[in-house]
Ligand binder design. Structure first.
Ligand SMILES: C[S@@+](CC[C@H](N)C(=O)[O-])C[C@H]1O[C@@H](n2cnc3c(N)ncnc32)[C@H](O)[C@@H]1O
Length: 330
């Protein structure tokens, strides 16, 4: 199925009940490939985005419990935000790109609390109920099948977990003004996801709220962020000051999302009761933390010091240079 068709299917899924498909989603869902990309150097370092980085940090500090057992960032890239997770006993950085993770290993690999995992979030290798906190920032933007993704993420939570999810807002002020003045053909009020460039999607807040609900995620808080993404402001006001000013609009921006970026904190009231296994106990072995991304079997069995095997489909998954590799085909 093409990304466009998937976006249409996303839209059709608005009113569908959550089918809690915990097994892996079909491998045919397209995934953006950051393998070998210069995302850190080309998008962040010296690229005039200190303000966006600072705002996202304040948003996470507001929404995310500062401490806990196990946290995972899904689509963590090179670990830009990982210093915000240092209050946790175990920190999982999960990404589809092995090279981005290798970059993260260079920065964080000395700290044994970090677990680096290569995988596809549509074929989730983390076991159910394993996370106290889940973060996903600047990733929804690349998801052609949001309902399938959320159905993979929700089961990772337990009843006391917090998930902080960010998405790009289609109904932002600039898009509304451009549409009203006929400078843009598409309506920001149309609920369907907008694929404005291949594998880059903006979402309507109402549509996203429906997907979260369908996936069994209860939104406790929503904030609007990055209201001031304008060169005239970014070039003239120090990034940290602009970010602090922006944070004053978080609440109202959550009620009436007109900012280009929206963060939600969601809970999973129907998820597993307890974290399993606890991050700070000796039980947190990789065999328990992971499941088979192909057939969802859990637990896996140790097949060597850095090798796990699925007892059902016999696929093997190994760890090399600190990175567990769960990308399929294994
Ligand atoms: C724009 S980057 C954001 C990285 C990081 N969250 C940040 O804000 O710096 C998007 C990341 O999502 C990852 N990603 C996209 N689709 C994915 C998928 N299906 N499974 C796992 N990771 C995925 C990409 O590999 C990439 O590293």
């Amino acid at each position: 199925m093409s990304a466009n068709n998937l976006a249409a299917a996303n839209c059709a899924a608005i009113e569908k009940p959550n089918n809690k498909a915990h097994a892996a989603a079909p491998a045919s869902i397209p995934v953006i490939d950051y393998e070998g990309s210069g995302y850190r150097q080309d998008f962040w370092e010296g690229q005039g985005r200190d303000y966006e980085d600072a705002v996202e940090r304040i948003a996470l500090q507001r929404l995310l419990p500062a401490q806990g057992g196990r946290i995972a960032e899904i689509g963590a890239g090179f670990g830009r935000l990982a210093d915000l997770y240092l209050g946790y006993d175990q920190i999982v950085l999960f990404d589809y790109s092995r090279t981005m993770l290798a970059d993260a290993v260079r920065k964080w690999g000395h700290d044994n609390r970090f677990v680096f995992v290569a995988g596809n979030l549509y074929q989730m290798p983390l076991a159910e109920g394993t996370l106290d906190s889940l973060v996903m920032v600047r990733v929804m933007h690349h998801l052609a099948d949001v309902p399938a993704a959320l159905n993979q993420l929700q089961p990772l939570l337990h009843q006391r977990s917090a998930a902080v999810l960010e998405y790009a807002n289609k109904r932002n002020l600039k898009a509304v003004l451009r549409w009203l003045t006929r400078q843009q053909p598409w309506s920001p009020f149309d609920p369907a996801p907008l694929e404005f460039v291949a594998m880059n999607f903006d979402f309507h807040p109402g549509w996203m709220a429906a997907q979260l609900k369908n996936a069994g995620l209860h939104v406790e808080k929503r904030i609007g962020a990055s209201h001031f993404r304008l060169p005239a402001l970014k070039n003239n006001i120090p990034a940290n000051l602009l970010a602090r000013l922006d944070s004053r609009l978080f609440r109202i921006g959550g009620k009436f999302p007109l900012a280009p970026s929206v963060f939600v904190r969601a809970a999973a009231p129907d998820a597993a009761e307890q974290p399993q296994p606890e991050a700070n106990t000796g039980d947190a072995s990789p065999a328990l933390l992971f499941r088979c991304p192909a057939c969802a079997t859990h637990p896996l069995v140790a097949a060597g010091p850095e090798q796990l095997q699925c007892p059902t489909c016999t696929r093997q998954f190994g760890q090399t240079d600190r990175i567990w590799d769960f990308k399929l085909p294994a």
